[in-house]
Ligand binder design. Structure first.
Ligand code: SF4
Length: 394
């Protein structure tokens, strides 16, 4: 099985108010130092995987540079990363190579660097085609800029483009959300991701919403019911336009599903480099099913030395993941295959599955198990039922 490689690039032009990632605004010299450090880790890990109890597959068939805003990296730094990756790994000819970009950061030099380094997929953090909504969360681009970036990418030969949208932004209304969806469809891009605004203490907007304040346009954020309605509208409009839902937040025209992200949901091996990067690799040791590696989320600590924290994944945990990751996909989980992989232990979930089917959150047809539309909206509740009680309480 081939490997997916993720590289985290934690640099942004400005900090979006809803952002809960480990990212920030840094100078170009910091970026060079960071790329050096990531390159050292890429070289280091090959020789140390054994000691971490992990097996690194021979070949690579997906690379994903995310963040942050990797398109902010100076073109030479981008090239350096791709050079080291190709030096250390056997990257297969038809590898899917994705780079996340913010509209407005794609200079001609960056587009050229992407196109000449084998990047064949770009994910654009658009969030909204309504300028007021984008500006209210500190995004710096306009609709016009987004449309022109899409055209320029296509001219450079990169037409496999994803557009990210967020349901629940400040000032969003039914009409403006319909407008953003129409615009995304009209661009003809083959992939759209739709996320619902997350409200948590790790973002400025989230904290303000929890506190009931008015900073960051918090009092213009639609309520949960309306945001849920936006999500359902997105499913309807995108499916009707042939950009079909294949995962809770992801929609694609046939053949354009994200190969890299599918690895996460189907538990195929992936390896992450950079700040706050995660890996899941086959285990070298019999007592574990696989091994997870995680790097620090502390930017300063990242520079100290290579530091991959390894934790073993037991067969029981792997089985739980198989359910709650697989159920994210519209095609659901094939119980026959799960039984083949994990044996009769699957029966321990029978009662939970029966209950979820009765509650209208899961559909069972033959051996196939998948979320209903309502189940997709309440997916966290569904997934929680597949995680062992003892782990939830720790
Ligand atoms: S561009 Fe992405 S990572 Fe950067 S601040 Fe905005 S949401 Fe966060």
């Amino acid at each position: 099985m081939s490997l997916g490689i993720y590289i985290s690039v934690p640099f942004c032009r400005s900090k979006c108010t809803y952002c809960n990632f480990a990212s920030g605004v840094f100078s170009a010299s910091q970026m060079g130092r960071y790329v050096e450090r990531v390159a050292e880790d890429i070289k280091w890990l090959r020789g140390h995987a054994d000691g971490l109890g992990a097996v690194i597959p021979e070949t690579v068939d997906s690379i994903y540079m995310g963040g942050g805003t990797p398109s902010l990296l100076p073109p030479d730094e981008l090239k350096k990363l791709f050079f080291v990756l190709r030096q250390e790994f056997k990257v297969l000819p038809k590898t899917e190579v994705t780079v996340e970009c913010a509209p407005g950061t794609l200079t001609d030099q960056v587009i050229q660097a992407l196109a000449t380094r084998g990047v064949n997929r770009v994910s654009l953090g658009v969030q909204s085609f309504v300028d007021q909504e984008a500006a209210s969360v500190a995004r710096l681009h306009t609709r016009e800029k987004t449309l022109s970036d899409i055209e320029r990418l296509r001219k450079a030969g990169i037409s496999n483009i994803n557009v990210d949208l967020i349901a629940g932004l400040p000032h969003q209304t039914r009409e403006s959300w319909e407008y953003s969806l129409e615009q995304a469809i009209a661009t003809g891009v083959p992939h759209v991701s739709v996320y619902m605004l997350e409200v948590d203490e790790d973002s400025r907007l989230g904290r303000e919403l929890i506190a009931g304040g008015t900073r960051y346009h918090a009092h213009f954020v639609p309520d949960d019911d309306l945001t849920a309605e936006f999500y359902e509208t997105a499913c309807d409009r995108l499916n009707a336009a042939g950009v079909e839902q294949y995962e809770i937040s992801n929609f694609a025209r046939a053949g354009f599903e994200s190969r890299h992200n599918l690895k996460y949901w189907t538990r195929q091996p992936y390896l992450g480099f950079g700040v706050d990067a995660h890996s899941m690799l086959p285990s070298r040791r019999e007592q574990a099913e696989s091994v997870r590696l995680a790097t620090t989320d502390d930017y300063d600590r990242f520079f100290v030395a290579a530091d991959f924290k390894a934790s073993a994944v037991s067969a029981e945990q792997a089985l739980e993941e198989r359910f709650f990751l697989g159920l994210r996909l519209n095609r659901g989980v094939d119980m026959g295959r799960v039984r083949q992989e994990f044996g009769d232990v699957v029966t321990k979930f029978r009662a939970s599955i029966d209950e979820l089917v009765e509650d209208g959150l899961l559909i069972r047809s033959g051996e196939n198990l998948r979320l209903t539309n309502r189940g997709r909206l309440l997916s966290n509740e569904v997934f929680g039922r597949f995680i062992a009680e003892e782990r939830l309480s720790t």
